[in-house]
Design a protein around this ligand. Structure first.
Ligand code: AMP
Length: 421
């Protein structure tokens, strides 16, 4: 029969790889806990409207990239393309707004975007992220950035650049967008097709285009940083001061606008030179309007999200998954030996040890080879004689020493050995 392949843009994470994922997840849990963030797990799918309203109708994600389907009850549902909208929905629906503010949440899990798969871009990928909801304090912006930087430091990922910008607020941004449109009007025809489209509907995003020709055409565009209102300018200056005081290096990039509509004031992105064309490790910013857009009271917030596949790639040389060593391989010979061996392996596992045995009817010699391959520290050999006597042959694979001991003693010896590490 024909085999069925995995859908385009998805990946299988096999055990050898999964160890690196676990190492990243362990680091992430530890770092997020230090900063006082608690984990939130929201559904993988939500009502389509949550993303349409939250992310913005005129964004690439909502316009072209959502996995939207109708369920059997004819509701329009969407596989989440990002984590912020769901977290904010839960914040409102579960009345986290009545708890002491800010509410600090982190999440990690699969996200779905219908994009053209290429290196660094998948249709199912994973993000880790955090949201700090309920405060305007620029220290919260700095904290979110410092937390991401801490995670990178923790896994040895040092080769990246932090880009920082402010995209203002509903008070000051419209005037800037008008200024930008005026400045770009003369070069409008030389922009790529998507940018001509963006020019009409989401002008700010023209600045974000990666095409060389668009970059050249917009080179002399006015900087948004010259158009910030007093409140936004102060906020930005304070975020910068905190970052300076925390010793976090950054590059001011007035072209950084980010792809999702909900951002206000601070925006940032971590870029890695080893990632090629898709060089963003992650990013985020302040989104003071989103909670209200989703039906809540005016509530400031700031957050970030990073791609886990890209982090793992960028930390290739430094983040290793720990291969857990096997405490014991139980090698058996004959029916009686086999029966005792199966029970002994289970006993070792219940005692907290890692034990393995053969399931392929291998010869004793082949079982020894297998034990070696698996890196077993000790092999317990049980033939019919040992089974009858209630003993095992215990071979230390490092020294080659071999002796016969009672079953209880074997368990004890292995536990001692484990404890010595
Ligand atoms: P965004 O929510 O678009 O800012 O994405 C945050 C991060 O998620 C990006 O910087 C990437 O690291 C990662 N990411 C976004 N889209 C994809 C994708 N299609 N495949 C892999 N990683 C992605």
């Amino acid at each position: 029969m024909a085999r069925i392949a995995a859908p385009r843009g998805t990946a299988d994470i096999l055990p050898d790889d999964a160890r690196r994922w676990q190492a990243l997840e362990n680091a992430m849990r530890d770092v997020f806990a230090r900063y006082g963030y608690g984990e939130i797990r929201t559904p993988i799918f939500e009502h389509t409207e949550l993303f349409a309203r939250g992310i913005g109708e005129d964004t690439d994600v909502v316009e072209k990239e959502m996995y939207t389907f109708e369920d059997r009850g004819e509701r329009s549902l969407t596989l989440r393309p990002e984590g912020t909208a769901g977290a904010v929905r839960a914040y409102l629906e579960r009345r986290l707004d009545t708890e002491p503010q800010p509410v600090k949440l982190w999440y990690a899990g699969p996200m779905f975007r219908y994009e053209r798969p290429q290196a660094g871009r998948a249709r199912q990928f994973h993000q880790l992220g955090a949201e700090c909801i309920g405060t305007m304090d620029p220290a919260a912006d700095a904290e979110i950035i410092a937390m991401a930087a801490s995670l990178f430091r923790r896994i040895g990922l040092a080769d990246y650049e932090l880009h920082l910008n402010s995209i203002g607020c509903p008070q000051c941004r419209p005037a800037y967008v008008r200024k930008l449109r005026e400045a770009l009007e003369p070069v409008r025809d030389s922009l790529c097709k998507s940018c001509q489209d963006r020019f009409e509907r989401n002008t700010l995003r023209v600045l974000d285009c990666k095409r060389e020709s668009c970059r050249a055409a917009t080179q002399d565009a006015p900087s948004i940083l010259d158009s910030l209102c007093e409140e936004c300018a102060d906020h930005f200056a304070t975020v910068r001061r905190y970052l300076d005081e925390l010793g976090i290096e950054y590059v001011i990039n007035p072209r950084l606008v980010r792809g999702l509509d909900y951002y206000t004031k601070t925006v940032f992105e971590f870029l890695s030179p080893v990632l090629g064309a898709q060089d963003a490790l992650g990013g985020g910013g302040r989104y003071d309007g989103l909670v209200e857009t989703l039906g809540g009271p005016p509530t400031p917030a700031v957050g970030f999200a990073a791609g886990m596949e890209r982090i793992l790639l960028a930390a290739e040389g430094t983040l290793r998954g720990e291969a857990a060593a096997l405490d014991a391989y139980v090698a058996t010979l004959g029916d009686a030996g086999r029966r005792v061996g199966v029970v002994l392996a289970e006993r070792l596992r219940r005692a907290g040890l890692r034990a393995e045995l053969d399931y392929m009817g291998r010869s004793l010699k082949a079982q020894m080879r297998q034990a070696n391959r698996l890196g077993a520290k000790t092999v317990l050999i049980i033939g019919d004689d040992e089974a009858k006597a209630g003993t095992v042959q215990l071979r230390d694979m490092e020294s080659g020493d071999e002796r016969t001991v009672g079953v209880d003693e074997a368990v004890h010896v292995l536990q001692e050995k484990r404890g010595e590490k």
